[in-house]
Design a binder for this molecule. Structure first.
Ligand SMILES: [Zn+2]
Ligand SMILES: [Zn+2]
Length: 332
């Protein structure tokens, strides 16, 4: 094995990623070294490089939708075997001891560390991960179709669980997460109403092609009141918009890590037991439940694949809304 690796590194907020050669890292106790096959591009990566997340330990290697193969085992690492395919998600480490970890809410761990943020991520030929936080992935699937499941799929799934059992589901922002959660929701017998940027006919056609009952711009009103709304677009103004689309008792779930400010709105829009909440990170239990479901009913992932060296261009595409489905970076 070569003793060096390369990565696309973010050296500070607002700066383009730069290609760097580094010594190959050694996995520590309980860790594995992973040879990255592909890494998905998430909107959170954009918030990171734009300096919208608190206190990143620059320089940072982004990327938390990692599909790769185990290339070396650290001392005491026994969960995986050499050459096995694993997935590395956003949740990279938790303390196991705090009030949140001890109450089944490790997604809120006070000392949590996240992949591609506090831990160098998958925009790289190699990465190191705690073996307890990796997921097993099918060997026979194309890796680029697995990558978006590791954040977009998982966060969408957690958001759907938190939205309650309502039948009419609004989805605001029809990108990587929405196109996966729409399929999960429809398999559960729900109806999906997709709201996109006003005038984005391509995204609306895309939503209809995946079975959405209705698709329109966020300046339009869905034909039926919604039981729940999932917000994937990082636009605070969509919170009052979605509240106005909700039936009584409905919930708006904000699924992004960062959002522009939410404008004020009349209390009457919240009245009627409507609620607004966020969804933060994931637990390993979310992952087990989600991947269990995907094994039974595979999801169609729509991906655009690019070489890792083009990460800057891909982030720009995502920023300007040019990505249909999910963008994935391939190392080779
Ligand atoms: Zn904890
Ligand atoms: Zn993500």
């Amino acid at each position: 094995m070569s003793q060096t690796m390369w990565a696309m590194v973010c050296t500070g907020p607002g700066r383009p990623l730069v290609r760097q050669e580094r010594p190959l890292p050694q996995p520590g106790p309980g860790q594995v070294l992973i040879a990255v096959e592909v890494c998905g591009v998430c909107r959170t990566d954009l918030h990171l490089v734009d300096g919208e997340l608190p206190d990143p330990p620059w320089p940072v290697v982004p990327g938390h939708e990692i599909v790769g193969r185990v290339a070396a085992l650290g001392p005491g690492a026994t969960r995986w075997s050499l050459g096995q395919r694993v997935g590395v998600p956003w949740l990279g480490w938790t303390c196991g001891e705090c009030r949140f970890c001890r109450s089944g809410r490790e997604n809120l761990c006070v000392r949590a560390r996240f992949t591609g943020y506090q831990i160098d991520g998958g925009y790289a030929s190699h990465t190191v991960a705690d073996e307890r936080f990796c997921f097993p992935l099918p060997e026979e699937s194309e890796p680029e179709h697995l990558a978006p499941l590791l954040c977009a799929g998982l966060i969408g799934f957690r958001a759907l669980r938190l939205a309650g059992p309502g039948r009419r589901l609004g989805v605001y922002g029809f990108g990587a997460a929405a196109h996966l959660v729409a399929q999960v929701a429809q398999a559960e017998g729900r109806e999906v109403y997709a709201l996109t940027r006003p005038g984005d006919n391509e995204a609306q056609d895309f939503a209809r092609s995946l079975g959405a009952a209705w698709a329109g711009g966020s300046d339009q009103t869905p034909p039926e009141p919604l039981d729940a709304a999932l917000l994937f677009a990082p636009v605070g103004a969509l919170v009052p918009t979605a509240l106005r689309h909700l039936d009584k008792g409905g919930c708006v779930v904000c699924a992004g890590i960062h959002m522009s400010d939410i404008p004020s709105f009349p209390y009457a829009w919240l009245w009627g037991e409507r609620s607004v909440r966020s969804v933060a990170n994931l637990t390993r239990e979310d992952g087990e439940a989600f991947f269990g479901r995907v094994r039974q009913a595979p999801l169609q992932t729509h991906v655009e694949v690019y070489p890792l060296a083009q990460a800057n261009e891909v982030l720009q595409h995502l920023r300007s809304g040019q990505v249909q489905g999910a963008a994935v970076l391939r190392v080779a």
